[in-house]
Write a protein that binds this ligand. Structure first.
Ligand code: XCC
Ligand code: SF4
Length: 669
C-alpha cells in the first residue's frame, strides 16, 4: 500500500486544530501542511532505495520487464531492505544509549561532588543497581557507590566481548534463547559499530544474517543503554510514582513567562525545574510584568519532568511547532532527538527564543547555551533569565483552552507496590487477573506521531479498542501524551472506556486503565514488568508466553524501530502502523515475522491499517491464552461489582474527585 501524503483528518487534537487554523491565516507551514504538500518518496518508503555506495544510489523497483531487480553491485531487494532496516535500528539504539551515556557521566560527576545542583535522590535504587553490577556496598558512602556504578556502567556499554550485565535481569529461559541463537549482546557501542560495518558496501549480504545482527544490537539498547538510562535517571531524579498533572497546549499561560523544555534528556530540564522555583527568579519575572514562570514540556523531556515533578506537558511531537505559533512561548529549550528543524525558522517569525543546549545539537536560528553538568544549575538560571527578558517582546497570543488531567508515574517499582503494598508487593494480582480472564491481556502502545496518519488518531483508536476488550494498556513517549489529551490516563476513564473486567481491576486497585510508564527510554520499564509477570508464575515462564502485544501506531523515528526490535527479540509480538519500510522485499517481511517468531518467539510486522492491528493483536492474545490453557476470554463473566462510588464521584468537582481518587490535591493552577 502506498503511503498517503497526509490523511483527510490531520489531527483529532482540538488545540492542534485551533492553532493549525492560525498557522494557515498567517501563512506559516507546519509538519502537517508540509506532509500534505510533499508525498513520501515511494521508493524509499518501501525500502527499495540503496544509498550505501556511490555506484548507486540504486532503486530496486520491480517492473514487468524486470520483476526482480538488483543494484549495480548485484544487491537484491532483500539485502537492501534488510540493510536499511538494520542501519535504522542501529541509529535508534545509538540515540537511546548515548542518552544513557550522558546520564552515566552525570552520575559519576555527582558521586565525585563535581555536579552542581544534583543529588542522589533514590539511594535504594542506587543500591539495587550496584547489586546488578556486583559492586559491594557495605561501609561505602552512596557517593562512592555512585562513582563505581558509573564506571561499571560505562565499561558495560563499551564491552567488547562477553555480554552486557543487565541481560541477567531477563527471565532465565529468555537468556538461554539469546545465548543459543547468538544474540546476547556485547556492549551497545560495539553492536552499533558491528551493524555499521556489516552493512557497509561489500559486507554482509544475507538478509537473515543482517537482521539477526540487528536483533543483537537492539538488545544492547533495550536491556543495556536504555535500561541504564532509566535506572540512572531514577537514581538522580527519583523513581516516579503517580501524581496529577495536565497536558496539551492549554497549559500555556497568557500572563506568565512560558518556557518549554523539549527533547529527551532530564539532566538540564531537572535543573530548570529547580531554577523556576527560585524566589529570585520568580521576583525577576514579576519585575518584568509577568505573574510568574510557567514551565512546560514537549516530547520526552516533558515525560521526564511530568512523571517526576508534575510539570505539565504542552503536548507531543506534532505539537512542537504549534506551541510556538501560539505566540506565547518565551523560550523553547531543546536538548536531543525529535526536535524538528522547522522550529528554528518558525521561532524567528515569533519572539520565541529557541535555545539549543546539547554539545551534539545546533540549529540555525537558535541561541546555543551549552549544557555542562558541572555548572548545570547556573546554566539553567541563565536560560530562565533569557526567557524572562524575552517576555517584553511578546506580541499577540492565541492560546487554545484545551488541556486534560492525567496521572503519570507508573514505574515498575510503583506497579509492584500498588499491587500489594510495601511488604507484599508482587505481580501476583496482575497475573491472577489475566489468568481468570478479568483481563484478556496486556498491551504496550508506544511511540511517536507522524503527519502521514491522523495525529493522535491511531493511538486513540487502538487503545480504546483494547480497553473495550479488557486489555490493560501501558504507554510511554508521545503515545502516552496522545491519549492523556483525551482523558484516558485518569481513573475515571475506566468507567467510560474499559470493558467490565478491566473496570473491576481498575476500581479495585485505583488505577487508570492506561498506565503512563514514562519516556521512550523507559520502554525498558515495560521489559521489567514483562519479566516480573513471566517469573511470577501462572503465565508460563518466558515473556513470549504472556498474552500481550506491543504497538507503535504512529511511529516515525529510528528509535521506535530499535524499540520494536528489542521487544521482538524479547519475545513480544510487535506491530507498527503508518506503512511498511520493508514492503519491497517479501523475504524480509517473512524473516522479521515468521522467521523471528521461530527463532525468538517474538516478531515485528508493519500493518498500515489500525483495524487490522487490533484484529491481529486480539487474535495473538487469545492464542497465547489458549497456549497457556487459560479460560477463553468471556466479557460477560465479570463487571458485576458496584461502580456506584465512581459514578457518584464523577458528579463531584474536579478537586474533590482527584482528592478522593488519588488522595492528593490537584496540581496548582
Ligand atoms: Fe520522539 Fe520520545 Fe517518538 Fe515522541 S515517541 S516522537 S521518538 S519523543 Ni518515543
Ligand atoms: Fe547500489 Fe550496491 Fe551501491 Fe547499494 S551498495 S548503492 S545496491 S551498488
Amino acid at each position: 500500500m502506498a503511503k498517503e501524503a497526509a490523511p483527510k483528518v490531520q489531527t483529532i487534537d482540538p488545540s492542534a486544530i485551533e492553532v493549525l487554523k492560525r498557522a494557515e491565516e498567517l501563512g506559516y507551514s507546519t509538519a502537517f501542511s508540509r506532509a500534505a504538500k510533499m508525498p513520501a518518496c515511494p521508493i524509499g518508503a518501501e525500502g527499495a532505495c540503496c544509498q550505501i555506495c556511490d555506484m548507486g544510489p540504486c532503486r530496486l523497483v520491480p517492473t514487468k520487464a524486470n520483476p526482480d531487480p538488483v543494484g549495480v553491485c548485484g544487491a537484491t531487494r532483500a539485502t537492501v531492505a534488510a540493510r536499511n532496516m538494520a542501519r535504522h535500528i542501529a541509529a535508534g539504539a545509538a540515540a537511546h544509549s548515548d542518552h544513557g551515556r550522558d546520564l552515566i557521566f552525570t552520575l559519576e560527576a555527582v558521586g565525585k561532588g563535581e555536579a552542581q545542583g544534583y543529588e542522589l535522590r533514590d539511594i535504594p535504587k542506587l543500591y539495587a543497581v550496584a547489586g546488578y553490577f556486583g559492586i559491594k556496598t557495605d561501609g561505602k558512602k552512596p557517593e562512592q557507590i555512585a562513582v563505581e556504578v558509573a564506571q561499571k556502567a560505562i565499561a558495560d556499554m563499551a564491552g567488547q566481548k562477553g555480554e552486557i550485565t543487565y541481560l541477567k535481569r531477563a527471565p532465565k529461559k529468555r537468556q538461554e534463547i539469546w545465548r543459543q541463537v547468538g544474540i546476547a549482546p556485547r556492549g551497545v557501542d560495539r553492536e552499533v559499530v558491528d551493524i555499521l560495518h556489516r552493512t557497509h558496501m561489500g559486507d554482509d549480504q544475507d538478509a537473515e544474517h543482517i537482521l539477526h545482527g540487528s536483533l543483537r544490537c537492539a538488545l544492547g539498547d533495550g536491556w543495556g543503554g536504555s535500561m541504564m538510562a532509566t535506572d540512572i535517571s531514577d537514581i538522580l531524579f527519583g523513581t516516579p510514582s503517580p501524581l496529577v498533572t495536565k497536558v496539551n497546549l492549554g497549559v500555556l499561560k497568557d500572563d506568565e513567562v512560558n518556557i518549554i523544555v523539549h527533547g529527551h534528556e532530564p539532566t538540564l530540564s531537572e535543573m530548570i525545574v529547580r531554577a523556576v522555583g527560585e524566589p529570585e527568579l520568580i521576583e525577576y519575572a514579576k519585575s518584568k510584568g509577568a505573574k510568574g514562570i510557567n514551565l512546560c514540556g514537549i516530547c520526552c523531556t516533558a515525560n521526564e519532568t511530568l512523571m517526576r515533578q508534575g510539570i505539565p506537558s504542552a503536548g507531543n511531537d506534532l505539537n512542537q511547532e504549534l506551541a510556538i505559533i501560539t505566540g506565547a512561548v518565551e523560550a523553547m529549550v531543546v536538548d536531543v532527538q525529535c526536535i524538528m528543524q522547522a522550529v528554528g525558522d518558525l521561532s524567528q517569525k515569533f519572539h520565541t527564543k529557541l535555545i539549543t543546549t546539547s554539545p551534539k545539537v545546533k540549529i540555525t536560528g537558535a541561541t546555543h547555551i551549552e549544557f555542562d553538568e558541572h555548572h548545570a544549575l547556573d546554566i539553567a538560571r541563565q536560560i530562565v533569565r533569557v526567557a524572562i527578558d524575552n517576555y517584553a517582546n511578546r506580541q499577540q497570543t492565541q492560546i487554545p483552552t484545551h488541556y486534560h488531567d492525567l496521572v503519570p508515574g507508573f514505574s515498575h517499582e510503583y506497579i509492584r507496590y500498588m499491587l500489594g503494598g510495601t511488604l507484599r508487593g508482587s505481580f501476583r494480582p496482575l497475573n491472577d487477573a489475566v489468568m481468570q480472564g478479568r483481563l484478556r491481556g496486556v498491551a504496550g502502545v508506544v511511540g511517536c506521531n507522524n503527519p502521514r496518519v491522523t495525529h493522535d488518531g491511531w493511538h486513540n483508536y487502538i487503545v480504546k479498542e483494547f480497553l473495550k476488550n479488557d486489555i490493560l494498556v501501558v504507554q510511554t513517549g508521545c503515545g502516552a501524551l496522545a491519549n492523556a489529551k483525551y482523558g484516558l490516563l485518569v481513573g475515571e476513564a475506566a468507567l467510560e472506556y474499559a470493558g467490565p473486567g478491566l473496570r473491576e481491576v481498575c476500581e479495585a486497585i485505583g488505577i487508570p486503565p492506561v498506565l503512563h510508564m514514562g519516556s521512550c527510554v523507559d520502554n525498558s520499564r515495560i521489559l521489567t514488568v514483562l519479566t516480573e509477570m513471566a517469573t511470577e508464575g501462572g503465565l508460563g515462564e518466558d515473556i513470549s508466553d504472556i498474552p500481550g502485544v506491543g504497538i507503535a501506531p504512529e511511529w516515525m523515528s529510528e528509535k521506535a524501530l530499535s524499540i520494536g526490535a528489542y521487544f521482538a527479540a524479547s519475545g513480544v509480538y510487535v506491530l507498527f502502523g503508518v506503512n511498511s519500510p520493508i514492503e519491497n522485499s517479501e523475504e524480509v517481511v517473512k524473516i522479521m515475522s515468521e522467521g523471528w517468531e521461530k527463532m525468538v518467539g517474538g516478531k515485528m510486522e508493519f500493518v498500515p491499517d489500525p483495524e487490522e492491528i487490533v484484529r491481529r493483536s486480539l487474535a495473538h492474545i487469545d492464542a497465547k491464552r489458549a497456549a497457556l490453557k487459560l479460560p477463553a476470554y468471556d466479557p460477560t463473566k465479570y463487571g458485576k461489582s458496584g461502580d456506584w462510588r465512581m459514578r457518584e464521584l464523577l458528579q463531584k468537582p474536579l478537586a474533590e474527585r482527584v482528592n478522593a481518587l488519588y488522595g492528593m490535591p490537584v496540581a496548582a493552577e
